[in-house]
Ligand binder design. Structure first.
Ligand code: 9MR
Ligand code: ZN
Length: 548
């Protein structure tokens, strides 16, 4: 991408005006509350917006934190539960303001969920729902089958994947699965959540997910196989989606896409059944057709871009975890013993049993199996529970070993590291639910705190939330609409110790500590893109924290 394309002055590349870091949305009453001081100071105060002191305490020295390179002190005000808007102050420095209250995450949950609506492809966004971010219908022309240009296909709909306008089945299945599990596990949070999206007989949350499911169903061939992606040959320039008129292609099928569609359709079938039995039947039928295709065509079909195509590859070396997940969901849905047996055969191929996608999906299969009320193989159930518990334990240690409390090892600060943060939080939550771990809420919440400002840059990685927040993600409409304020609820990829784009390489000096390898700039796809599967685990995690 040509840097000049984004030419604007660099005044947006600000560092935080605050010297103390907290979650900028705030804290639930009764929860752990820790501010991080990247300097030495023995005492701290909690003040309201008029400067009145409400609480004071002594800090604890943490020492040197490797991921940030900071020497940090912790101001623990967990015992302070007054509702209101506050700042932490110490040593002449202050934090951004934050709130304490039962509703502190309501608006960020609303925003990160509604972000999916802003990413809708094909339907246009009406002013009544999207306000100033309204735009016309996009990507509706018939797509050409890349391997046989005589064939055209109608594959409109679904969500744009990310900063780009591509639509990829594996990425979509993973994001939809996170959201479907959020609904399944926290119906009190999502059942009635109103999203200001187009009318539907379904609860809004399920209506939004259906928008993606409907598109995925269009990507399935009559024989059950599923096309890997629908994109143009090259990523679009930074124009509004309706101005991206390059030819849309549907690329070859892949085993990953086919297995993922089987899995997510089976999962969705059970969830939509109480609302729409016909739709549930359609989903179940699609799931069975997909798995039967894989059974009849067991040879792995991967995916690499054909020459001349530079859109996302979503390459995977095998589809072992995808197939495992599919069988687990099919068993959970139908109770059929053949799926159970197939799942048991698929589980020990060496993939991680605690990964929540994309790419590795074993954790979704494990979750499907452990949550379903079907007969279980005792040994398999015990193996799955132990895998979750062991990983949660490991993450607790990583979190306790980090000055900022984030459960992310230094090597996990990669492209889209905030996905690792959110998924590590999701694992913690799932383990808490399945194994009854009493500390899960605290450790899961710490991951949200990191995302919303308790990090070495003191930045909220969610657009629209926090006094100091990212606002210039690598997201085409956010740039092309010419509106200064980005649409809310977009989760930035975040810190990446291996800056992978020209701008990042220019502005992140060699040797920068991993947690500080970030810049809020439109051109930086390796630091500041957004994707549906970075938003989706955030939705899940916030749902978990709000489910009481
Ligand atoms: O997240 C992916 C990252 O790990 C890869 O290094 C990168 C380059 O292939 O692609 C990223 O995925 C992108 C996808 O290919 C297209 N949509 C946006 C994704 C996030 O940047
Ligand atoms: Zn579109």
């Amino acid at each position: 991408m040509d840097r000049k394309y984004f030419e604007r002055d660099s005044s947006h590349l600000r560092t935080t005006p605050f010297g103390i870091f907290t979650d900028q949305a705030g804290y639930l009453p009764g929860s752990e509350k820790k501010a991080v001081l990247p300097f030495e100071c023995e005492s701290f105060e909690i003040t309201d917006t008029d400067g009145r002191i409400h609480f004071s305490g002594r800090t604890e020295a943490f020492g040197f934190d490797g991921c940030s390179g900071d020497e940090v002190c912790i101001a623990d005000f967990s015992g302070f539960n007054e509702e209101g808007t506050f700042r932490v102050s110490a040593g002449g420095k202050v934090s951004a303001c934050f709130r304490i209250g039962a509703d502190v995450y309501d608006s960020v949950l609303y925003d990160v969920t509604r972000a999916f609506y802003f990413l809708r492809c094909g339907c246009g966004l009406g002013e009544e729902h999207a306000g100033v971010y309204a735009h016309g219908r996009c990507h509706c022309a018939p797509a050409v089958l890349f391997d046989d240009p005589r064939v055209t296909l109608e594959v409109s709909g679904g969500w744009h994947d990310a900063g780009d306008y591509g639509r990829y089945v594996t990425a979509g299945a993973c994001a939809a699965a996170h959201l479907l599990y959020a609904y399944k596990l926290f119906p009190g949070v999502f059942g009635k959540l109103e999203l200001n999206i187009p009318e539907s007989p379904l609860p809004d949350f399920l209506a939004e997910i259906k928008y993606e499911l409907d598109w995925m169903l269009k990507m399935q061939r009559p024989d059950g196989a599923v096309y890997h992606k629908a994109t143009t040959m090259q990523h679009a320039p930074f124009v509004m989606p309706e101005e991206d008129n390059a030819q849309m292609y549907v690329f070859r099928i892949s085993t990953m896409a086919t297995a993922d569609l089987a899995a997510v359709s089976a999962l969705a079938s059970g969830i939509y059944r109480p609302f729409d039995a016909d739709y549930a039947d359609r989903l179940a039928e699609a799931a069975v057709r997909a798995i039967e295709y894989i059974e009849a065509n067991p040879e792995f079909v991967g995916f690499t871009n054909p020459p001349g195509c530079n859109t996302g590859g979503y390459y995977e070396r095998d589809a072992d975890s995808n197939i495992f997940w599919a069988y687990a969901e099919l068993y959970a849905l139908t109770g059929e013993e053949r799926y159970h047996r197939a799942m048991l055969e698929a589980k020990d191929k060496g993939f991680p049993l605690t990964a929540f996608g994309y790419g590795e999906l074993g954790g979704l299969g494990v979750t499907a199996y452990l949550l379903c009320d079907r007969a279980k193989d005792e040994a398999a159930a015990a193996q799955f529970k132990a895998a979750l518990a062991e990983r949660a334990d490991e993450l607790r240690r990583v979190s306790d070993g980090c000055g900022y409390g984030v459960a992310m090892a230094d090597w996990e600060y990669c492209w889209g590291s905030n996905m690792n943060v959110m998924k590590n939080g999701m694992l913690t939550a799932v383990n808490g639910i399945i194994n009854g771990d009493g500390s899960a809420r605290t450790y899961a919440a710490r991951q949200i705190h990191y995302l919303l400002g308790t990090n070495a840059l003191g930045i909220s990685y969610v657009t629209g939330t926090g006094e100091f927040r990212c606002n210039y993600p690598h997201l085409r409409p956010a740039f092309a609409d010419g509106i200064e304020e980005c649409m809310p609820g977009m989760v930035s990829g975040g810190a990446n110790r291996r800056p992978g784009d020209p701008f990042a390489k220019e502005v992140i000096p060699e040797g920068t500590p991993p947690m500080k390898c970030y810049a809020d700039d439109t051109s930086s796809y390796s630091l500041n893109e957004i994707t549906i599967y970075w938003n989706s685990p955030t939705v899940f995690l916030l749902g978990y924290l709000l489910d009481r």
